[in-house]
Design a protein around this ligand. Sequence first.
Ligand code: COA
Length: 119
Amino acid sequence: MLIRYKKTYEKIAMGLLSFMPNEKNVKSLVNTIKDYETKDDNHLFLWKLDDIVGIIGIQILPDKVIMIKHLSVNPSFRNQGIATSLYDAIRSQYTDYTIVTTQEVASFIEHCHVSLKVL
Ligand SMILES: CC(C)(COP(=O)(O)OP(=O)(O)OC[C@H]1O[C@@H](n2cnc3c(N)ncnc32)[C@H](O)[C@@H]1OP(=O)(O)O)[C@@H](O)C(=O)NCCC(=O)NCCS
């Protein structure tokens, strides 16, 4: 189930984000989570089974465009379709938006046979 990030999930969210190749540095990770907490156009969502096992971070750009900036799943829960479910949930939540990705997320999205513009 897709749920919205809130401050009480900060630790688990940072742990999940730290699996991203561009979030290995603690300072950058702290800035990233701060952006999601404070910037109105940045949104973070979590995937909850019994526990929280995945995360997706997006930024709303002008002209109804969404950029997927972060996508990560707990290693113990990978290859079970969770990242695909996170992407699909965003897709259906923002139906009339065009979705683009960052370079880091692009290869996974392409693997799902979806070709998106990379910003
Ligand atoms: C990438 C990631 C989010 C995939 O999560 P997941 O829940 O295991 O993904 P799914 O189960 O929905 O899909 C798994 C498929 O994606 C493929 N895949 C995993 N990571 C990939 C990547 N970086 N690029 C391309 N394909 C990838 C797997 O090989 C698997 O393929 P298969 O279904 O043909 O066997 C997860 O591996 C992860 O958290 N990686 C670390 C964070 C990261 O690097 N994020 C940036 C890329 S999104």
